[in-house]
Design a protein around this ligand. Structure first.
Ligand SMILES: Nc1ncnc2c1ncn2[C@@H]1O[C@H](COP(=O)(O)OP(=O)(O)OP(=O)(O)O)[C@@H](O)[C@H]1O
Length: 529
């Protein structure tokens, strides 16, 4: 539905951070009543541009025009007043409040907090097919419903341009279809959507226009009616589309990780995990499929020693590790790519090389063993015998040089785009932070890798690099527990797939025959979302 007045026009947008030009000469036009996809490799500048349009960041230069009116956006509140809303990847809802309470929080003046608000929520929900009951507690809602509530919240506040940051990353295929149906309704009502995604087939499915960013600027547009995935990948990263296919099986008979009847109960006596049993052999990738919030996080935390199971045993190789704590497990050779990189994966204000040490602070190259003699002179172990006096004190010390050198290697091997290893992790784009974590966790040849969404937020080029590293390690005997919401990745990389639902493993699938739709159905307990 073309319109005389475009929903958004960005002209000549520029934004610099110390040492980095995040955006320069960015031009983008979002037509009213369309879904506009913004694609580009990690660090291309997509998030920065979105934050500028949502008033979180101020541009150094350029103009923003919304529905024909030039605006200066100093805060998200001003963006919403101008008609622009944003739904972040991490939902910002209060679990212990109802849908209505979440909706009116901070927007009480619009429709009150009672019947007026309830009527408006019903109107929005009916109009766009959101299926929201104003009086349901948010804790009862699944991921897809929470996302619909976030979108509805933005509409409730009067937004006509809605920015969605990788909205499908957490959804199963059936939920993606449902979301796209909602977005089509939004378009029909004259709203516009700016959609950021690394999933190119979804972009081709939903977008009316596609803009490609590279190295901080808009480098071109593509027509979704004629473009192919390959062409988009080419435009984004100048390379072929990767495939997660692992090829030949490398599964051996040696069991690396074995869980027997693991049950985990919370303080209210509710089972978070029930009778979970699984084996992962050397050279095997075991994929776990599940809608977020069905026990994946608890399963990983139990294996990683952050929670002690209420019953059942965990064995790593020939050892019973059920009660081991995280550090000991890591020292035994477990690599761990956490789900939430900001909470568990990185110290955002620390430089990259210090982040290399995180979780590896007891192993080389992050540390070295040193002794010193009575004169107070330090020496390494290999020189110990040459000392005339026996060493008096020994210990482990941070090996700054070793850690820095290994960080340089990770930056090179995993193509982490950063000004240098002294840059704080916070200054990296999301995808580049993820590459750093994967590189760190694959260091030192782990025997077992626990990988939660290893390529979430990572562009197609970097995805290929991460898959290659995992495949190579698997050939050398690495056992992998792979948790991923990207079903193509799960099917491509795994040797076996198990589905987790409400804390139980409810089905085993052969990746060579299963389809994403089959998995989606099993993940939602047999019914479509
Ligand atoms: N607060 C910041 N301080 C310093 N540099 C930053 C900051 N935010 C972003 N950058 C830099 O700006 C560039 C663009 O980052 P941006 O997050 O916009 O990329 P992106 O396209 O969204 O990437 P991704 O797909 O990985 O999320 C990157 O080089 C990044 O390191």
């Amino acid at each position: 539905m073309p319109s005389a007045v475009d929903a958004v026009q960005l002209r000549g947008i520029g934004k610099r951070f110390p040492g980095v030009i995040a955006n320069h000469d960015v031009d983008l036009t979002i037509r009213a009543g369309t879904v506009h996809a913004l694609i580009g490799e990690n660090g291309a500048g997509k998030s920065t541009l979105m934050k500028i349009l949502y008033g979180v960041q101020r541009p150094d230069e350029g103009t923003i025009t919304i529905e024909g009116k030039e605006v200066v956006l100093k805060s998200p509140t001003e963006a919403i007043e101008a008609g622009v809303g944003m739904v972040f990847q991490h939902f910002m809802l209060a679990d212990n409040l109802t849908v209505l309470e979440n909706m009116v929080l901070g927007a009480e003046k619009l429709h009150g907090i009672g019947d007026g608000a309830r009527a408006e929520i019903r109107r929005i929900s009916d109009r766009f097919g959101f299926d929201l009951d104003p009086d349901v507690m948010v804790e009862k809602l699944g991921v897809a419903a929470r996302q619909r509530l976030e979108i509805a919240k933005v509409l409730y506040r009067g937004a006509r341009v809605i920015i969605l940051d990788e909205p499908t990353a957490v959804l199963v295929p059936q939920e993606v279809d449902a979301l796209f149906a909602n977005l089509r309704e939004l378009k029909d009502a004259g709203n516009s959507v700016l959609f950021i995604s690394h999933k190119l087939d979804e972009v081709l499915d939903i977008a009316d226009d596609i803009t490609v960013m590279r190295r901080g600027t808009t480098v071109g547009t593509a027509d979704p009616r004629t473009a192919t995935k390959h062409e988009l990948a080419e435009l984004m990263v100048g390379s072929e589309l990767p495939s997660p296919e692992t090829g030949e099986s490398t599964v051996t008979d040696v069991v690396e990780l074995s869980l027997t009847d693991i049950t985990l109960t919370d303080e209210f006596g509710r089972n978070l995990l029930t009778d979970v049993s699984l084996d992962i052999r050397r050279g095997e990738v075991l994929g776990i499929a599940g809608v977020e919030g069905n026990g994946q996080a608890e399963l990983v935390e139990t294996i990683m020693g952050m929670r002690i199971p209420t019953s059942g045993t965990i064995r790593l190789g020939d050892k019973d590790v059920t009660e081991w704590h995280t550090r000991k497990l890591r020292e035994a050779g477990i690599g761990y790519i956490p789900e939430d990189r900001h909470r568990h994966g990185l110290l955002l204000d620390a430089p990259l090389w210090e982040n290399r040490i995180l979780g590896h602070q007891t192993r080389p190259p992050s540390v070295k063993r040193m002794w010193f003699n009575r004169k107070g002179t330090w020496f390494k172990r290999k020189n110990a015998r040459e000392q005339t006096r026996p060493p008096r004190v020994g210990g482990m010390w941070i090996n700054r040089k070793g850690a820095r050198k290994d960080t340089e290697r990770i930056v090179r091997d995993y193509d982490v785009r950063a000004p240098g290893i002294d840059t704080p992790a916070r200054a990296l784009s999301g995808g580049n932070q993820q590459k750093l974590i994967v590189g760190r966790e694959m260091s030192g040849d782990p025997v077992l890798l626990i990988a939660s969404h290893p390529t979430r937020g990572v562009d197609v080029g970097a995805q290929a690099a991460i898959w290659d590293h995992i495949k190579r390690a698997r050939r050398k005997g690495l056992a992998v527990l792979l948790i991923s919401a990207d079903l193509d990745e799960l099917i491509g990389l795994s040797d076996t797939i198990q589905v987790i639902l409400r804390g139980r493993l409810v089905g085993t699938f052969d990746p060579s025959t299963v389809t994403p739709q089959d998995l989606g159905t099993a993940m939602t307990g047999g019914e479509a979302a």
